[in-house]
Ligand binder design. Structure first.
Ligand SMILES: *[C@@H]1O[C@H](CO)[C@@H](O)[C@H](O)[C@H]1NC(C)=O
Length: 383
């Protein structure tokens, strides 16, 4: 303890007597910035006899550049709007009467990868020919480069330099056509360039079939014609076929290109229709829901009823057609129904005790959103 204290005192004395050359450090020691950004390095004198003079120099002995500014006491070096040529080392030099001391900071530029593919394509190549696709990349740090074919993860063998990758493709058949992708990747990002290669006179890139319909829900009225359109894309061109879910297509149908026409539709034609686009690559389905509406057709269980005064009367009106169906009973030639008559929603007419005056013709009208239909029934009350 005593020895250390003595040493400290001694060194302080020596410094005072003979002075000390400066000790400097720089913060940060390294910096990595993107083009256009601003960066500063701070040079600090940690000890040494004053006065200390600070000075900055490039380690490559080039001038600092016009976008480099020094702080008032020379301690802070600031580079605004960083350019490629600002990359490199910066030396901070501290000088006093006793000597000189330097410390170095270094600046690296970060650049996300960029990719350029030549020729740009789409390229048409005859079977048997070959073509060279060149991919050049830029970026800092230097990105890795690879070629793949779209739809596959397998890296293709290419000839590479630090900044290029050349891919030679020999086209033997339509299978060799497709989209070729050059990918450049570094920790600053990922960039891709692509070029389409087609086989002349043959199929181009292979594209999975895709079926789509213009309308997914259709409504028609009985007796009308209905046309459904299906659009299919893909390469090779898919073949379109139509079917009906859990049933054969109606016999009065016609297929024309991607369209299905049903003539004189009936209620039984309601349901789901399926457009199927199929190619060698697979198939894709699209669905159309068809609802066929029909107007009501009304009937009664009895055309004519003969009863005695005091009997009970029950008349049921029935109808088929699209639901919901409303029923309405009236008396033909009379402004109002018989007093004591009662009707229900489902088409029943009830008269608890018939009178002679209840004789006459009754009418049931059945209505839905498409149309209406009526039926007459005769009631005769005889004593
Ligand atoms: C569509 O076509 C494919 C291939 O022919 C077949 O496997 C599939 O069952 C078809 N779908 C319908 C709904 O018919």
């Amino acid at each position: 303890m005593k020895v250390q204290t003595a040493a400290l005192v001694l060194s302080a004395v020596l410094h005072t007597v003979w002075g000390q050359s400066p000790v400097v450090s720089v913060q940060p020691r390294t910096a990595a910035v993107k083009l256009g950004e601003t960066v500063s390095f701070h040079c600090r004198v940690t000890s040494g006899s004053q006065p200390v003079q600070l000075e900055w120099k490039r380690t490559n002995n080039q001038p600092l550049g016009d976008n480099v500014k020094l702080g008032p006491d020379g301690a802070v070096l600031t580079i605004t709007n960083v350019r490629l040529r600002n990359q490199g080392g910066y030396r901070c030099i501290a000088t006093n009467a006793q000597g000189k001391e330097t410390t170095t900071a270094s600046l690296t530029i970060r650049q996300p990868p960029k990719v350029r593919v030549t020729p740009s394509g789409p390229l048409s190549v005859r079977a048997g020919e070959s073509v060279t696709l060149e991919c050049s990349v830029t970026g800092k740090p230097r990105p890795s480069i690879s070629w793949t074919k779209q739809g596959s993860d397998t890296e293709l063998v290419s000839t590479t330099t630090e900044t290029t990758a050349s891919l030679q493709v020999t086209v033997m058949s339509a299978e060799d056509a497709g989209i070729f992708v050059c990918r450049a990747q570094s920790r600053e990002g990922l960039a891709e360039g692509r070029v389409e290669l087609r086989v002349e006179g043959g199929a181009s890139a292979r594209v999975f079939p895709q079926a789509s319909v213009t309308e997914t829900d259709l409504t028609a009225v009985e007796g009308q014609s209905v046309t459904m359109h299906c659009h299919a894309t893909g390469s090779p061109t898919p073949v379109v076929s139509w079917s009906k879910l859990r049933a054969p297509l109606p016999w009065q149908h016609k297929v024309n290109g991607g369209s299905l026409t049903l003539n004189n539709v009936g209620r039984q034609d309601s349901g789901q229709y399926i457009c199927n686009a199929t190619s060698a690559l697979g198939f894709s389905e699209a669905y159309v829901q068809l609802e066929v509406d029909s107007p009501p057709y009304a009937t009664t269980l009895t055309e004519e009823t003969v009863a005695r005064p005091g009997d009970a009367l029950r008349l049921q009106c029935l109808a088929h057609g699209s639901h919901p169906i409303r029923f309405r009973w009236t008396r033909v030639g009379r402004a109002s129904m018989s007093p004591g008559a009662e009707t229900t929603k489902d088409g029943l007419l009830k008269i608890a005790k018939l009178k002679l005056t209840d004789s006459g013709t009754y009418k049931c009208v059945a209505t839905n959103h498409v149309g209406s239909s009526e039926v007459l029934t005769k009631v005769t009350v005889r004593a």
